[in-house]
Design a protein around this ligand. Sequence first.
Ligand code: NDP
Length: 311
Amino acid sequence: MALLIDTGLTNWISDAEIANEVRSAIPGADIRTPDAIGNADEITMVAVVGLNDDHLRQLPNLKLVQKLGAGVETIVGNPNLPSHMRVARLKPDAPAQGIAEWFLAYILRAQRHMAFHEAAQARAEWLPKEPTFTPQTTVGVMGLGHIGDRTARMLRAVGFQVLGWSRSPKQIEGVTCLHGDNALPQLLGRCDFVCAILPSTPQTVGLIDAQMLAAMKPGSQLLNAGRGDLIDEDALIIALDRGNPGHAVLDVTCQEPLPTSSPLWHHPRVTITPHVSGWHLGDALSDVAENFQRLSSGAPLLNEVDLARGY
Ligand code: NDP
C-alpha cells in the first residue's frame, strides 16, 4: 500500500515537502511523489489538489482520493471517477481562520472608507467621512459549514448583526440562522454585506444570478471566497453598473487565473484577490497521514465526502 502525493502545482508547498511531513507522521510508510512513482499497482491513495484522468488510468488499485483542500467539485464531478472510489477532504483550522479574516478585512475596509482615505491622502486632501457603525451593520454568511461557521462567529464577536444561511437548519449563538432556497432572497435583501462560502455543486452553480442580485440591498457588498461559479459574472457586471450591489469582492472567479480580458479586472466596483483567502494549510497534513493509516486498517476516514451530495 502506497500513498502518492501529486499536487500538480509549482507555486505552493512542494510534493516533496508534503511527502516529508506525512513520512514524519508515519515513519516507514510508503510515500511517493510523481518523480519516483515506482510500481503504480501498489498505490492505493493519492493526495491531490485536482484529480486528473491520468491518475485514474495509471493507478489501477486506487481506492482513495484525498483532496489537499476543501473544494472537491472537480473530483466528484469527474465523469470517469469509478463508483467504488472514496474521496476525502481536509477541514483544517488555518484556512477557515484565514478566510474569516479575509471577509472581515474587506468589510472593515469598506466600513472605514479605507480606499477613499488612501485616495484622498494621495491628493493631500483632509476629508473626514463618517465610518459605518458596526452594531448597525448586517452581514449575511452564505454557507455555515466548517468555514462559514467560523466566519459567522468571528463577525458576531466583532459586533456585527449576523445572518447565516445553509441547506439544513443550524444553531449558532448570536447568529440568526436561515436555511433552504426560499430563505435566500430574504437574507440578500436584509444584508449590507453578503459573504459567500459555499461549495460548488449542481445546486449552487449560478445561484447568484440576475434575480438574486436584484434582491440584494442597493449599495450592499457581495464577497465571495467559495467558488467563482456561484455567481453569474455577466449578470454581476450589469447589477454593479446599476449599483445593486454596490461592490463585489472576489477571491474566486469562474475562470482562474482570471483572464486579462475579463471586465471584472477594471470595473470600479470590483475588488479581486487571486484565490489567496485560505492560503495556509496549518497542521492539516497530519490528517492526510491519518487517512492513509485509516484506509490501510479499514477504519472510518476523516472528512469523507458524501459523493451524492457533492461536498
Ligand atoms: P463545508 O462542506 O463544511 O460547508 C458547506 C456549507 O455550504 C454547509 O453549511 C452547507 O449546508 C452549505 N451548502 C451547500 N450547498 C448548499 C445549498 N444548495 N444551499 C444552501 N447551503 C448549502 O465546506 P467549507 O466551509 O469547508 O468550505 C466551503 C467551500 O469553500 C469549499 O467547498 C471550497 O469550494 C471553498 N474554499 C475556498 C478556499 C479559498 O481559498 N478561497 C479555501 C477553502 C475552501 P449544510 O450545512 O446544511 O450541509
